[in-house]
Design a protein around this ligand. Structure first.
Ligand SMILES: O=C(O)CCC(=O)C(=O)O
Ligand SMILES: [Fe+2]
Length: 335
């Protein structure tokens, strides 16, 4: 297997409305989703300055003193700071991960005001972000929110392709994604001397992402590897300014396993700090993901019960993070 096994999709003709471009690209997407679960997009329209500012925000945040970061420790909504070695990827189906990941991260969700009705109602995963002060990091909040807005717009623009790839009308996902849930993970992987890395320990251990799709701005430092269905690990083509896009577990379940949720991991051997800013994109909070009609039929019954974002994320979060646990009466999806 070679690098060429991860398809590169050019969004240019689709974005400019070239006749036939939607269905041509949807066919490429279908191939990528059914065979690899990962692809790379170019000509996506997100300005490079916006991407650079997001990487710079990650660098600035993690350069803060540890006490300042610990003051923002991730809460029951998985919003906030996850300390170094603060997660162990127990949700994995491809590796028994017992060692904590060699990274620290800041999790950001849609920027809700403290008096937002869902916040006041105490809904899981609906809470204000935990920002460092404007004095400590001037412009940080504005840059991160602008990046989330750009990622939300890009992800939404891909939905007609996902719909056509599944032989559905182009607007089929519109209702489900009326107010998408999303999470930006701003990760720092410090260089760790070889001698300090234990057996079966990773910068981020083999895992599948939990959501519908992930947009990962390409880092200039390698480390990400993808496990193809035949078991070989390959690296995505490093195309500056591109995004690596992959399907997560919720798309895998929703499509009755037609779209792959492909395992991946990060091994960080470059003696430099590595930053990653994956954006995890999901449907609206209350939308019930029930097996997509074109993914089931005689002899192919739905393999999963219908589920919602909070039900599935609660299972995933409680496996991987000590700070996430179901409360009495809270519904959780079996993984
Ligand atoms: O750091 C990367 O390149 C990928 C990180 C990743 O897979 C994740 O955070 O889910
Ligand atoms: Fe991932």
């Amino acid at each position: 297997m070679t690098r060429r096994d991860i398809p590169v999709l050019d969004l240019g003709p689709y974005r400019t409305g070239t006749p036939g471009a939607l269905d041509a690209l949807a066919a490429e997407l279908r191939h990528a989703q059914e065979n690899v679960g990962f692809f790379v997009v170019v000509n996506h329209g997100v300005p490079q300055a916006r991407i650079d500012a997001a990487f710079e925000s990650a660098r600035r945040f993690h350069a803060l003193p540890l006490e300042a970061k610990l003051a923002l420790k991730a809460n029951e909504h998985n919003i906030g700071y996850l300390p170094f070695k603060g997660s162990t990827t127990r949700s994995s189906r491809v590796n028994v991960n017992t060692k904590p990941n060699l990274n620290e991260a800041l999790f950001v969700k849609r920027d809700l005001a403290p008096d937002h009705p869902d916040v006041l109602a105490g809904k899981r995963y609906k809470a204000p972000n935990q920002w460092p002060g404007e004095t400590a990091l001037p412009g940080f909040r504005a840059d991160v929110v602008a990046y989330c807005d750009a990622m939300e717009a890009l992800a939404k623009s891909l939905l007609p392709l996902y719909a056509r790839a599944l032989d559905l009308p182009a607007d089929w996902f519109d209702k489900a994604f009326e107010l998408p849930m999303y999470t930006l993970r701003m990760t720092h992987y410090p260089p760790v001397p070889e001698a300090e890395i234990e057996d079966n320990q990773f910068a981020i251990a083999p895992h599948t992402d939990s959501g519908f799709l992930t947009l990962l701005a390409q880092s200039d430092i390698p480390g990400l590897a993808i496990r193809l269905p035949d078991g070989t690990w390959i690296e995505p083509p490093m195309i500056p300014g591109s995004f690596v896009v992959n399907t997560g577990d919720l798309a895998h379940r929703w499509t009755n396993e037609r779209f792959l949720s492909t395992p991946h991991r990060v091994v960080h051997r470059t003696p430099r700090d590595r930053y990653a800013i994956p954006f995890f994109f999901d449907c609206s909070y209350d939308h019930v993901m029930e097996c997509i009609p074109t993914c089931t039929g005689p002899g192919n019954p739905p393999k999963y019960p219908p589920t919602t974002y909070p039900e599935y994320q609660l299972w995933f979060g409680s496996r991987n993070y000590a700070h996430i646990a179901p409360k009495a009466g809270e519904k959780m999806a079996a993984g």
